[in-house]
Ligand binder design. Structure first.
Ligand SMILES: NC(=O)c1ccc[n+]([C@@H]2O[C@H](COP(=O)([O-])OP(=O)(O)OC[C@H]3O[C@@H](n4cnc5c(N)ncnc54)[C@H](OP(=O)(O)O)[C@@H]3O)[C@@H](O)[C@H]2O)c1
Length: 280
């Protein structure tokens, strides 16, 4: 039997698997919805029970697919969704959250993320999020695509209860290691790494492919194992092909030795200076 997916905790102590499941581009084509829901169910079955979605994905379609997949097993999953910046105000956020919960078919969302920063004052958004927590509509909240300055401003705007920052992070995009990751670590806030295989591009990197071959695993497993070896990183690969879902799950069982990590640092050097946070 395979071991459980290793976990990490949010600042409030809630534990989640470090390997979850992303849903961007799900729910865009009605003819694919059944197979997409199957992929989500397979991920849950295999222990990748943190499901990341957003009102933006398929304009609600991805949330509907997730809602379909989790029917009858809501208690097994940790549900993350995200709201548009233009819904970040005191008046609009409760309505956006209601619509998300309805599409997912749940009373309470486990984690609600500010998808990327917009023009609404941060203090207003924080207040609106805390009101959703008080009302029981969400259990906790976080942000996405917040760079170091944004994060500092969030803290000053009353946002101390932020649970995570979901950012672009993979072998080919290591900028956050220089400054953002240390700041989050100081606050014991895990990083949620999106596009962990760089939307598939990383899997065609000749050096990564050769190294994966040499150690007898698939390139995606090497890329994901590198991320989730850290106790404060949650990776959320998206995969609708069942073979990919299974392959990704096995990454949680791969231990990388020092020589492999050194070779990865040679192929994908860590940052030596600050880089502005990249976004997809
Ligand atoms: N907060 C944000 O702004 C933001 C931005 C981007 C993404 N995200 C979140 O992060 C999730 C993941 O990022 P992503 O979807 O951009 O990219 P990704 O997970 O890095 O890559 C997804 C692509 O890789 C393929 N793939 C996955 N596993 C594979 C494997 N084992 N072998 C070969 N190919 C594999 C998938 O193919 P198949 O689907 O055909 O299996 C898909 O084409 C998103 O779905 C979303 O939930 C958040």
């Amino acid at each position: 039997m395979t071991a459980d997916v290793p976990s990490c905790s949010f600042p409030d102590g809630t534990r989640v698997p470090r390997l979850g499941f992303g849903t961007w581009h799900l729910g865009e084509d009605p003819s694919r919805r059944a197979s997409e829901a199957d992929a989500v169910r397979l991920a849950i079955e295999l222990g990748m029970t943190l499901i990341d979605t957003a009102e933006m994905y398929g304009e609600g379609g991805a949330e509907e697919v997730v809602g379909e997949a989790i029917r009858g097993q809501r208690e097994r999953v940790f549900l993350v969704s995200k709201f548009y910046p233009h819904h970040a105000s005191r008046t609009k956020l409760p309505r956006a959250c209601d619509a998300t919960r309805k599409r997912l078919g749940v009373d309470t969302l486990d984690l609600y993320l500010y998808h990327w920063r917009g023009n609404v004052p941060l203090a207003e958004t924080v207040d609106a999020l805390e009101q959703l927590v008080a009302a029981g509509s969400i259990a906790r909240w976080g942000v996405s695509n917040f760079d170091v300055d944004d994060f500092a401003q969030l803290q000053s705007a009353g946002g101390e209860r932020v649970a995570t920052n979901q950012v672009l992070y993979n072998l080919a995009r290591r900028g956050i290691e220089f400054d953002l990751q240390p700041v989050l670590a100081k606050h014991r806030i895990p990083v949620m790494a999106y596009s962990p295989v760089d939307e598939g591009r990383l899997l065609r990197h000749a050096g990564l492919v050769a190294l994966a071959n040499r150690i007898g695993i698939m390139p995606a497993q090497l890329a994901l194992a590198w991320l989730v070896r850290r106790p404060d990183v949650i990776a959320i690969p998206k995969a609708v092909r069942a073979a990919h879902v299974r392959e990704n799950r096995e990454a949680a069982n791969v231990a990388l030795d020092a020589a492999t990590l050194a070779e990865l640092d040679r192929l994908f050097p860590p940052p030596k200076a600050r880089r502005a946070l990249e976004m997809i």
